[in-house]
Design a protein around this ligand. Structure first.
Ligand SMILES: C[C@](O)(CO)[C@H](O)COP(=O)(O)OP(=O)(O)OC[C@H]1O[C@@H](n2ccc(N)nc2=O)[C@H](O)[C@@H]1O
Ligand SMILES: Nc1ncnc2c1ncn2[C@@H]1O[C@H](COP(=O)(O)OP(=O)(O)OP(=O)(O)O)[C@@H](O)[C@H]1O
Length: 289
């Protein structure tokens, strides 16, 4: 039996770091939403005990380091499952981009293998398991739009933001999430107004969302990779309504409402940026349990 599952990328509409915790993680307050740029995974039961990863993409491990492997293995161990799984990943989300590609693959495997292994776990239970794999996995289990707290795993759903285009540009730079958090100087941070962002989303206020886009990790990534800051400035000049770096970067995204502006921005960026995508906001929660 085969199952196809979609694993959409996320963007952070706002990302605040409140303090560094004693366990080494940072206490966060983030607003996240999914966009229509997705990996596709084909899941199949195997009669033997193995978990096998098939992936054609360089930079994505095809062994137990793959987050999709970790997700299947976690379910297998926790629920004492004897059969194995074959996981084929069609990678469309850029890797190490700040778009939670690996986390979304892991979440898709949790949802999909829950069905194939007939575990009947709820989304809440899958999200709790997901937190053991990575901080972004719980959000990715639900998808949609949410306020995320804790180290990212405490999820409160929000309504979908008003529809618009999201133009994503990923420069050819590798950014380590752990290093970005490590170099953040909390004394210099200008905190986002998370409440104003949440209110704007509840009110369907596109301008309010644009006005409150904010990510404290930008300061670190911009300092070490000034190219990312230049990219953000260029995207503003090309006519974006608002621009922000996603997660720890290096992907920068622009929000635009009008098709003609989206086209101008997309064409302007394709000339010199490594990977550029124009997609719609998804913003709605996963329908499957
Ligand atoms: C930047 C974001 O993508 C924003 O959504 C996430 O905070 C990162 O999520 P992620 O990649 O799933 O993160 P994890 O794999 O759990 O952690 C990677 C590393 O980032 C740092 N980290 C992550 C989350 C958090 N709340 N505080 C941290 O300090 C830790 O050093 C950790 O070792
Ligand atoms: N299924 C996977 N897809 C992509 N990367 C994976 C996967 N499994 C493991 N990895 C490893 O995880 C690292 C981070 O990849 P990923 O694309 O998830 O980063 P990211 O978008 O920055 O994540 P986040 O936004 O959650 O911090 C990569 O260097 C890669 O080697």
């Amino acid at each position: 039996m085969k199952l196809l599952v979609k694993a959409p990328a996320k963007i952070n509409l706002s990302l605040d770091v409140l303090y560094k915790r004693t366990d080494g993680y940072h206490e966060l307050e983030m607003v996240m939403t999914t966009v229509d740029l997705a990996d596709r995974l084909e899941l199949e039961l195997l009669n033997d005990d193995r978990i096998v990863i098939h992936s054609q993409t360089r930079f994505v491990p095809d062994d137990d380091r793959n987050l999709a492997y970790k997700a299947a293995n976690l379910l297998k161990d926790r629920f004492n499952i004897k059969s194995g799984a074959s996981i084929t990943i069609e990678k469309n989300i850029p890797v190490a981009a700040g778009l939670a590609g690996g986390s979304s693959d892991a979440a898709a495997v949790l949802r999909g293998m829950n069905k194939l292994w007939d575990l009947r776990l709820t989304l809440d239970e899958l999200a709790e398991l997901g937190a053991e794999i990575g901080s972004d996995v719980s959000f990715c289990v639900y998808g949609g739009t949410a306020l995320a707290k804790g180290r990212g795993e405490i999820i409160t759903p929000l309504p979908p933001p008003p529809n618009c285009w999201v133009v994503l540009a990923k420069p050819a730079i590798g950014v380590s999430t752990a290093e970005v958090y490590e170099h953040l100087n909390l004394n210099e941070v200008i905190h986002p107004n998370t409440k104003a962002m949440v209110d704007a989303i509840y009110q369907g206020d596109y301008r309010g969302i644009c006005a409150n886009l904010s990510n404290v990790l930008e300061s670190v990534t911009f300092k070490y990779f000034p190219k990312v800051k230049h990219l953000k400035d260029d995207m503003k000049r090309f006519g974006a309504d608002a621009v922000l770096m996603s997660g720890s970067g290096p992907t920068v995204f622009a929000l635009v409402q009008h098709d003609s502006r989206m086209q101008r921005l997309y064409n302007g960026l394709r000339g010199y940026c490594h990977q550029v995508y124009a997609v719609r906001l998804l913003g709605k929660r996963n329908e499957f349990s």
